[in-house]
Design a protein around this ligand. Structure first.
Ligand code: FE2
Ligand code: FE2
Length: 322
């Protein structure tokens, strides 16, 4: 016999309650009923986001041992550690939707999960640490600030803290590039060369154009997503233009112009074939990224085993004390 009002609600009534919460800009929490598609969409999005944070540690970790000074090394270590933290908040948020950490990790290391295409490029130059912070973390901020208001509570709350740290990442990247672009001609050239490589892939981070992005409309109706891919890309370009000037670097998009009439940026052609090839696993570093993650997971097995054993002993101790 049902004991709470919740149990006697029909599926239609639960759906109506969910719709009303979304309509009123209220948060959906893990205890709330939610449509299965909403849950699955969030699991996909949050886990992909978590994987991106963790895989995203690799291109920059490449430079920790070769940073040009102790100060730069300390900043880079802090930044890469932040990304590990972001991955952990996000895996935890995804777990509240009923998927386990193991399932998500297995999908990643077996090559079944997606993560942001941007992390499949190599980082051959120190200036790449600047370009990644400025452009990649900068694009991430544009994407993520609206996610702080995502309808799913644990996701939105994780994003608030992540965004604060991303601002630091963007600043430190900009500062690396500023120093280089105001240094020797060779240093300035190094900064320009790196920005030339990272600019277009950072625009791809917003995903395909709105008309080629089938899931976007539903995510916007559910208030997971607040702005379309193209709107966010516009915002990012608008943010970059004055910063290119401050850096004294050239924007690699020679066709970029501002259309006064529509108030929009007209961008040059984005190479979506390159984007799709990377998503299909054919980017410059896809294989390395997954292999490194798998190796790190295997090498870390003893840490997980020790933690489980420690937790078991703690529980036993508590039982004896009781
Ligand atoms: Fe991050
Ligand atoms: Fe970041």
């Amino acid at each position: 016999m049902p004991t709470t009002t919740e149990q006697v609600l029909t599926e239609e009534e639960q759906q109506a309650h969910f719709d009303a919460l979304i309509e009123a800009d209220q948060r959906i929490e893990p205890r709330d009923w939610m449509p299965e598609k909403y849950r699955k969409t969030l699991i996909r999005q949050i886990s992909q986001h978590a994987h991106s944070e963790i895989i995203g540690m690799q291109p920059e970790a490449n430079w920790i041992t070769r940073a040009p000074s102790l100060k730069r090394k300390a900043i880079l270590i802090a930044k890469v550690q932040d990304e590990a933290g972001h991955g952990l908040y996000l895996y935890s948020a995804a777990q509240t939707l009923g998927i386990s950490r193991e399932e998500m990790t297995d999908a990643l290391i077996e090559g079944r999960a997606r993560y942001s295409s941007i992390f499949n490029y190599h980082t051959p130059s120190w200036a790449d640490m600047g370009a990644i912070g400025w452009l990649v973390d900068g694009a991430a901020i544009c994407n993520q600030v609206p996610l702080c208001r995502a309808s799913y509570g644990p996701y939105g709350r994780a994003m608030v803290r992540i965004c604060k740290e991303e601002s630091f990442h963007q600043r430190q990247g900009f500062e690396i590039l500023y120093e280089l672009s105001h240094g020797t001609p060779e240093q300035k050239q190094m900064a320009q060369e790196s920005v030339n490589r990272w600019y277009w892939p950072s625009l791809m981070m917003f995903g395909p154009s709105d008309d080629a992005s089938p899931n976007s409309a539903q995510s916007m109706a559910w208030k997971i997503k607040r702005f379309s891919n193209d709107e966010l890309r516009q915002r990012f370009v608008g943010m970059c233009v004055p910063q290119f000037e401050a850096l004294g670097l050239e924007c690699p998009d020679k066709d970029l112009r501002y259309d006064e009439e529509t108030g929009k940026w007209i961008l040059g052609e984005i190479d979506w074939d390159e984007f799709n090839a990377i998503l299909d696993g054919r980017g410059p570093a896809n294989t390395d990224r997954i292999r490194n993650r798998r190796d790190a997971h295997e090498e870390g097995a003893w840490v997980r085993e020790a933690a489980v054993e420690y937790a078991r002993k703690q529980r036993e101790r508590q039982r004896f004390a009781a």
